[in-house]
Design a protein around this ligand. Structure first.
Ligand code: HEM
Length: 508
């Protein structure tokens, strides 16, 4: 009798390997099936926008269709699940009471977002959780003390003026329209480098910093696409994909940029040679604080911790501010009557704007209302997310079990017609004292709220006020209808084609 080929000695290992892989595949399939069933059961009480059984809402999310999101929010003004493929769902909330419930807890940041972002910013303050987060937050908070922020106003004024000089040149030699975002981004990078790292890079005039900025833009796109493409949630699949390769290359650019900042400071500390502006400083900058920080056992931050915090503050400290300032200028260009009121106010307070003080910034009430209204209409950070560590009950009695990823859609909250009357209309008076007093404290959250609110919010607001005030003194802004911005949802809300603003006819 003949032996079957499977029984020959050489075939056995292949046979066993095949059976092993099959069993693994089967186990994985059962796990995924059970996961889907569990999610379907947990999310059943919440109505879901129409979905495809396999792709879920992936296509809609990837399309960056903000109008569609607004339609969904109109229909589901409290919360709704969005499916990312067949086995993953995020629970979106856009209601102030729901937001309050989530932000008053201490659930960790969503593992997906953090995992995909961690090659970019490491485990810095944005990504940390638990006691280590508390320790870092306590140690880093003094870097944003009001007395330090006051000293930054002069630095900011100088950087904004450099940018406006560049705009003057562009407008005098070419057409009267400027793509402002890329200029503002470099200006914002210049400011964060000078304020938090006391580093003079001249990045606004020296184009060697462009690779860092370009890398940030592309990496954010890849992170976001990965987040909403369930196949790329697997590290192996992502790493083998062309996007994964590109991601690794870009990360090296970002890593190197941050490393140079740290090494330069360490060198100057070792050799005792102080940089020009270090000598002039009357305060410890952010880098001083990080490098000298000690935990309760007296140990310093590890090299990895230092790198993570520097890359976190470098990115968080300029990317979102740059987007916000460009959106404020865009909204003022779209609304000339509000623009003019702001200009009159700024002129009355600053005169020719040769210097700006802390108190003067506090007097700009109408300009502040316009800034707040822009932060509502186009929030630079459109959403934040948490993984529930224990079951959660909302004030209306609806519950979610532990393990669900909750996404607080700041965009959704700020565009919710159940919360804001005519949410698409730019109306700064929503932020007048009388109108603000009546508002739910969790209806407006551009910087989030609770213990994990934005540590740099006052820094951001000051920078925004300085930039807007000085721009209005020198430029009349007009909208460029031929190139409207194309909003793209990334970690930070940006325009894919930049923000084009024209120079109005008035001569400033
Ligand atoms: C207009 C500009 C800005 C906006 C809209 C913004 C928005 C936010 C939001 C919504 C959060 C909460 C994130 C979450 O819970 O997942 C946050 C956290 C944070 N922001 Fe900002 N931010 C801005 C500017 C800045 C600046 C200038 C810095 C630093 C200089 C900064 C540093 C941080 C850090 C480190 C955190 C994490 C805080 C923690 O978890 O303890 N941000 N920001």
């Amino acid at each position: 009798m003949e032996f079957s080929w499977l029984e020959t000695r050489w075939a056995r290992p292949f046979y066993l390997a095949f059976v092993f892989c099959l069993a693994l595949g089967l186990l994985q399939a059962i796990k995924l099936y059970l996961r889907r069933q569990r999610l379907l059961r947990d999310l059943r009480p919440f109505p879901t926008p129409p979905t495809h059984w396999f792709f879920g809402h992936q296509k809609f999310i990837q399309d960056d269709n903000m109008e569609k999101l607004e339609e969904i929010i109109e229909k589901y003004p409290r919360a709704f699940p969005l499916w990312i493929g067949p086995f993953q769902a995020f629970f979106y909330i856009c209601d102030p009471d729901y937001a309050k419930t989530v932000l008053n807890r201490t659930d960790p940041k969503s593992q997906y977002v953090q995992k995909f972002l961690s090659p970019l910013i490491g485990k810095g303050l944005v990504a940390l959780d638990g006691p280590k987060w508390f320790q870092h937050r306590r140690l880093l908070t003094p870097a944003f003390h009001f007395n330090i922020l006051k000293a930054y106003i002069e630095v900011m004024t100088h950087s904004v003026k450099t940018m406006l000089d560049k705009w003057e040149k562009v407008c005098s030699t070419r057409d009267t329209t400027v793509e402002v975002y890329k200029h503002i981004n470099l200006m914002s990078l210049d400011i964060i480098m000078k304020c938090t790292f006391s580093k003079e890079t001249n990045c606004q005039t020296n184009s060697t910093h462009d690779p860092y900025e370009k890398a940030i833009f592309e990496v954010s796109r890849i992170v976001f696409q990965r987040l909403y493409s369930f196949l790329h949630h697997s590290d192996i699949i992502f790493k083998l994909s062309p996007q994964g390769h590109r991601f690794q290359k870009l990360n090296q650019v970002l890593y190197q940029y941050t490393d140079t900042i740290i090494q330069d400071r360490k060198k100057s500390l070792q050799t005792g040679v102080k940089q020009d502006n270090t000598q002039k400083r009357k305060y410890q900058d952010f880098l001083d604080i990080v490098l000298s920080a000690k935990d309760e056992n007296g140990s310093s931050f590890s090299d990895t911790d230092v790198h993570s915090e520097v890359s976190t503050f470098l990115l968080a400290g300029h990317d979102s501010v740059a987007a916000s300032i460009s959106w404020v200028l865009y909204c003022l260009a779209q609304n000339p009557e509000h623009q003019e009121r702001c200009r009159e106010e700024v002129r009355g307070i600053l005169g020719d704007g040769s210097s700006i003080t802390w108190d003067q910034l506090g007097e700009m009430s109408y300009t502040t209302m316009c800034i707040n209204e822009t932060f509502r209409l186009i929030p630079a950070v459109p959403s934040i997310s948490r993984d529930l560590s224990k079951p959660l009950t909302f004030p209306d009695g609806c519950t979610l079990p532990a393990g669900i990823t909750v996404v607080l859609s700041i965009w959704g909250l700020h565009h919710n017609p159940a919360v804001w009357k005519n949410p698409k209309v730019f109306d700064p008076l929503r932020f007048s004292k009388e109108n603000s007093d009546q508002r739910h404290p969790y209806a407006y959250l551009p910087f989030s709220a609770g213990s994990r609110n934005c540590i740099g919010q006052h820094f951001a607001i000051i920078e925004c006020k300085v930039a807007v005030a000085l721009t209005l003194l020198r430029f009349e802004l007009a909208s460029d209808h031929s190139r409207p911005p194309q909003l793209v949802r990334r970690v930070v809300l940006k325009s894919n084609n930049g923000v084009h603003i024209g120079r109005g006819k008035g001569n400033r």
